[in-house]
Design a protein. Structure first.
Lengths: 114, 114
């Protein structure tokens, strides 16, 4: 157990809908990262937050957004969902800003868009 | 551009045999390298990491990896594979001058024959 928790574990929804994925980092970690794992794209970095502020951005679609709250948990919002958004979404956390640090991953949220 | 290549998509070894999973990276600065393992339906578990120092690093579950700067490689090894090692293995490089995003290889799926 990495200490990173993600809810829900599974999510089934329809095209055009909006969902929110939640992540709680390890105790004391200030950075949260979101990754997407899909069959065609593999594991891809989406976005990083450090202590409430956006720190780095990857290949995140405009339909997707994230935020980190004062208690350091983070949410990833996916809207206008398409079939291709079906994937496993991982959250990870690290102690500080991410440089020279290990990221510890949560168990993931599996999203299925029908 | 930064990238990670895992040339072998799928490897099958017999239980008790030795294992080597290949990883090549492309990164313009000193690389920080990781191996993660993903069991079916599970999240990503850190096996080992290389930040600096000794180029042979030891990890959990009897795994080790050797960093070779001249070959831009970070291969994972295990002297004797157990059936429980069957999983997918991911090599990653940390891009630390842009926050802390991980760039992953495509993964190598390991099957273990009895």
């Amino acid at each position: 157990d990495s200490g990173v928790t993600q809810t829900p574990k599974h999510l089934i929804t329809a095209t055009g809908q909006r969902v929110t994925l939640r992540c709680s980092p390890r105790s004391g970690d200030l950075s949260v990262y979101w990754y997407q794992q899909s069959l065609d794209q593999g594991l891809q970095f989406l976005i990083q937050y450090y202590n409430g502020e956006e720190r780095a951005k990857g290949n995140i679609l405009e339909r997707f957004s994230a935020q980190q709250f004062p208690d350091l948990h983070s949410e990833l919002n996916l809207s206008s969902l398409e079939l291709g958004d079906s994937a496993l979404y991982f959250c990870a956390s690290s102690p500080q800003t991410g440089g020279q640090e290990t990221q510890y991953f949560g168990p993931g949220t599996r999203l299925l868009v029908l | 551009a930064q990238s990670v290549t895992q040339p072998d998509i799928h490897i099958t070894v017999s239980e008790g045999a030795s294992l080597e999973l290949r990883c090549n990276y492309s990164y313009g600065a000193t690389p920080y390298l990781f191996w993660y393992v993903q069991s079916p339906g599970q999240g990503l578990q850190l096996l080992l990491k290389y930040f600096s120092g000794d180029t042979l690093v030891q990890g959990i579950k009897g795994f080790e990896a050797e960093f070779k700067r001249s070959q831009s490689s970070f291969n994972l090894r295990k002297p004797s594979v157990h059936w429980s090692d069957a999983a997918e293995y991911f090599c990653a490089v940390l891009v630390y001058n842009q926050g802390g995003k991980l760039i992953f290889g495509q993964g190598t799926e390991l099957s273990v024959k009895p």
